[in-house]
Structure formats: C-alpha cells, structure tokens
Design a protein around this ligand. Structure first.
Ligand code: ZN
Ligand code: ZN
Length: 357
C-alpha cells in the first residue's frame, strides 16, 4: 500500500478532503519537495498544485496517483473549484502548521466549507511507521554520518576551532552525497560540553571533552548521531563519567525491542546514570523519532504516554548524556529501527570506545 493510499484510507471517515500545506507532509505523500503549493487529497483523488517554477519537475517526480495542476489564478481559488467539483463540504487542515493568517484567508476563500483540525495528528501517526524505502534513506544518511566521524578523527588537532570541526563534518557529508545537513551541527569542547545543545564557537578546541552531534540529510531523510571524544587526556573522573554514559546507552540498546515501553526504556538508562552519582545531570529525554524531521514521534522520555511502546517501523535515537554545569558533559547517541520481528537494527557503526586525541 502506498503512503498516499494509507492516508486516503484514514482520511475517508474524517472529512471529504485534506489540504496539505507543510513541506514535510507534502514530501511524505508526493515524494516531491517544493514550496508555495498545496496537496489536496480526497479519498479517491489526489492533486498536487504547484506554480510555474515547479510544474515541470513535479510532473516528472510526483508519486503515482497524483494529478499535477498549475492553477491559472490563486491557489485558494483552485482549491475552491476542486472542492466544488467533487462536492466536498468538510476540509481537514494541518492544525500544527496552518497559521492564523492562512486560516483567515482559507475561511474567506472557501465560504461554506467547514475547516476542521486533524491532519497533523493523522500524519504524525502515519509517519511513526517507516516503510522500506524510508529505512533505506535513513540508513544511507547514517552511513555518510559515520564516514564523517571517521574523517573528523583524523582532522582534530591542536589549534583547530569548534566551528572548523562543525564545518569540516558538514563539508565532508555534502561532498560525499548528502543533500544537506539534518540540523545545525554541534561541536562543543571543554566547559562548553556541558551545554547539551551548545553552538560551535570561533575558538580553538579546549582540552577535555569534545561533543559532536551531527547528521546528514539524504533522499529527504535525516540521520542523527553523537560522539564525545577527549582532546588531550581524560582524568579518572572523566573516565568514570564517560563509562557511565556508555553503560547506560548500551543497557538501553540491549533492552530496546518491539513492545518495550517508551517510558520504561528511558528509565533503563536514567536509573544507571542516577545510580552512579549523577542524579539530575541527565536533563533531557533518552531519545526521539527521526525521519523527514529530525525530531519526530515517538519520544523516549519519562513523560511519554503510559501506553506508548516501540513498534516495528519506528526509528528512534538512544542518546543518554551527563552534563555538569560549568565543568563538562558527554553524550553518546545511536539511531535504531525496530524490525518486523521486533528486533533492533542499529544504523550507527562508529566506535564508542573512549578516544583521546
Ligand atoms: Zn543528535
Ligand atoms: Zn537526537
């Protein structure tokens, strides 16, 4: 079953049509990446509305099942005509994406059509389960990311700045086939490594921990990994901290399987970190879903819904960390998929041994 067919099946009981306005969800259904247009999906029809800039490419690359149209007038007028043609009076919107301004304009243009929320939830539910082609794109993105890590180990030396490290990672991934980066690269050293989402500085690497959190975009999909290495030598406290993070991460990876609760998996790692004397130092959740967006459902966190569990098709990160304010921090992150039989596939191949560079 195609992604479009699955969406249409779920749409039918909710509304006569859905208007897809976010680039991510447009790409998810049509496999075509563009701006300033709409997808209009009915249970038995699918339209891709694009302007002159995209029309030729859209006709070539849009997924099967789409009728590609270039409206002569405004996009909203074209939607109105199509809804009238099909006799639709209820339109499902992306509640997480439509702005107040867009809503006002749509209400005015589509007089007599009831606009209802619910498409964002529908997409979130569908996008939880990656199909084989999505998994292949994610695996390819992670392969580039692993290769970039190997490359950067040979690049890191005295006098290099944090921004040099970040740029070198990005440059390597782009040069080797990534279509972009999955998110802003993090490369923070020394005292700045205590900031889980610190921004690379125009400053030479401090001695101590260097945390690199980065990912590639490939075929529209993201990868996400973190490795922490040591610039110079690690003292006993740093070794203890690193070992604790690694033990927590390995325990969570071992416990992960289909049917495992998202909250319970977070607890596996959290208990190890708390029990090793770092209570309160692991201030974020264990992991998150990855796909077209870098942060998707499900969340592996203490506040995950009680009944949320890992299920075949899910792709999530496992990324415990310990951060000591004003001193340093460390995080180790892999990305895994739950296979059809409930077992785990780890996409991330880079070493996790403590490296002193
Ligand atoms: Zn990350
Ligand atoms: Zn992550």
């Amino acid at each position: 079953m195609t992604r479009l067919a699955r969406f249409q099946e779920r749409l039918a009981p909710l509304a006569g049509a859905a208007l897809v306005t976010s680039g991510q969800n447009q790409f998810y259904l049509s496999e075509f990446d563009y701006d300033d247009g709409y997808l209009l999906i009915l249970p038995d029809a699918a339209y891709l509305l694009a302007d002159f800039r995209y029309i030729e490419a859209a006709k070539k690359s849009a997924a099967q099942g789409f009728t590609v149209l270039r409206p002569a007038g405004g996009m909203n007028d074209a939607v109105k005509e199509l809804l009238q043609k099909h006799g639709v009076d209820t339109l499902l919107l992306e509640e997480g994406n439509v702005t107040l301004l867009q809503h006002t304009r749509l209400s005015a243009a589509l007089e007599g059509v009831k606009l209802v929320a619910g498409a964002t939830k529908l997409f979130t539910d569908l996008r939880l389960y990656k199909d084989e082609r999505e998994i292949a794109a994610i695996a390819a993105a992670q392969e580039l990311t692993d290769a970039a890590f190997t490359h950067i180990l040979g690049y890191i030396r005295e006098g290099v700045r944090e921004i040099d490290v970040a740029l070198e990672l990005e440059h390597f991934m782009r040069k080797n086939g990534a279509t972009g980066i999955a998110f802003e690269t993090i490369a923070v050293s020394g005292t700045a490594s205590s900031l889980p989402h610190g921004v690379p500085r125009d400053r030479v690497l401090e001695k101590g921990f260097l945390t690199m959190d980065f990912g590639a975009r490939y075929g529209g999909y993201c990868s996400d990994m973190t490795r922490t290495v040591v610039v110079g030598r690690a003292d006993a406290d740093m070794k203890h901290l690193y070992r604790t993070v690694l033990t927590a991460q390995r325990a969570a990876l071992d416990a992960a399987k289909g049917g495992m609760g998202c909250r319970a998996l977070d607890k596996v790692a959290r208990d190890i970190i708390d029990g090793a004397g770092y209570k309160g130092c692991f201030g974020h959740s264990l992991g998150h879903g990855v796909g077209i967006d870098i942060h998707e459902s499900p969340r592996l966190s203490p506040s995950a819904p009680e009944d949320a569990m890992l299920t075949p098709g899910h792709v999530v990160t496992v990324e415990p960390g310990i951060y000591i304010e004003g001193k340093y921090g460390c995080r180790i992150e892999d990305m895994i998929a739950v296979e059809r039989d409930g077992s785990i596939r780890n996409f991330t191949k880079s070493t996790k041994e403590l490296l002193e560079l």
